[in-house]
Design a protein around this ligand. Structure first.
Ligand code: SF4
Length: 310
């Protein structure tokens, strides 16, 4: 399978089957914190980058074998709403399964009526919004030409009015870039008008596209969280995983494939790989050493921690 990955254990979505709707790093943004690296194709052009029917064929194959799934998640290493067949894909998945469908989007195309319509039948949409001022937006998200925060915010407000499912809005903080009092106040004011069901406050915990991008420290995130809470916004901090007994999710017949499929999209530590796939750490260690010898993966060091990337 090419477009389906997992199931993996996701911090926010439990056991999730991921679908890639666009070629690697095709995106409307080039966020400095992106865990998948620099955007190689920055565009706002919607088209059937990957046909919905091809993805659906793979989903059918995988669903036959999959045991318990909490979500089927449309995302991947780029912006999924760029795929103009996303609406067809959601509708077709809903015909063959009862598993809730989630969409991870950067929200930049929600000002388009057809995109809002395409997402109508998803159960959960997780859009992101990192800045409300054009200067900060440009600095953190490095948008494609023609995108500005005003239009994106209008799109989010309109989407909230039309969409019946749940919206969890994600804000990604980079230290010294979008965490000033002014930037946070602007976000709070705007998010109160968007009215998502919940706001998720996140920061860097894997090697970012720009090595100079720094993660927000936990104390900084806690203060931001308190300001959201004091303004009656239901917010939460996305914490790193601390799960003791992860379910066995790796394909036991082909563990190497499961590991590569996981770290192809973004770098992970041994501990995370073991958690996401439900494998023992020493076993993951052995697999990673073999893959390194086969030159299929490489190491990246961030803040003294070792990450692996295919
Ligand atoms: S973080 Fe998401 S929106 Fe930003 S560049 Fe990466 S894939 Fe695109």
């Amino acid at each position: 399978v090419k477009y389906v990955f997992g199931p993996v254990l996701s911090r926010r979505l439990g056991i999730s089957l991921g679908l890639d709707l666009i070629p690697f790093k095709t995106c409307t943004l080039d966020c400095i914190y992106c865990e998948c690296g620099r955007t190689t194709k920055k565009t706002t052009e919607r088209k059937p980058y990957i046909k919905a029917s091809h993805i659906l064929d793979e989903v059918k194959q995988v669903l036959v074998k999959a045991e318990k799934l909490d979500y089927i998640t449309l995302g991947g290493s780029g912006e999924p709403t760029l795929n103009s067949e996303i609406g067809t894909l959601i509708n077709e998945i809903k015909k063959i399964s009862d598993i809730p469908v989630a969409v991870l989007t950067n929200g930049t195309l929600l000002h388009l009526k057809e995109v809002r319509k395409d997402l109508q039948h998803a159960d959960l949409v997780i859009p992101s919004l990192d800045a409300v001022s054009p200067e900060v937006f440009k600095k953190i998200d490095r948008p494609a030409k023609g995108l500005d925060p005003g239009t994106i915010i209008d799109g989010l407000i309109q989407f909230r009015k039309e969409y019946k499912g749940k919206i969890w809005l994600e804000v990604f903080f980079v230290k010294g870039v979008n965490d000033s009092d002014e930037a946070v106040d602007g976000l709070i004011k705007t998010i109160r008008t968007i009215r998502p069901d919940k706001v998720q406050l996140n920061t860097i915990d894997r090697p970012p596209a720009e090595p100079t991008a720094m993660s927000e420290d936990i104390e900084g995130l806690r203060l931001i969280y308190e300001r959201f809470r004091d303004n009656d916004i239901h917010a939460e901090i996305i914490k790193p995983f601390e799960i003791k007994d992860a379910p066995a999710l790796a394909d036991q017949k082909d563990v190497k494939r499961s590991v590569i499929s996981l770290i192809k999209r973004r770098p992970e530590t041994i501990r995370h790989i073991s958690l996401f796939l439900g494998l023992q750490v020493p076993f993951v260690n052995k697999i990673l050493r073999e893959l390194e010898q086969e030159k299929k993966i490489k190491r990246i060091i961030l803040k003294g921690e070792t990450f692996y990337k295919a």
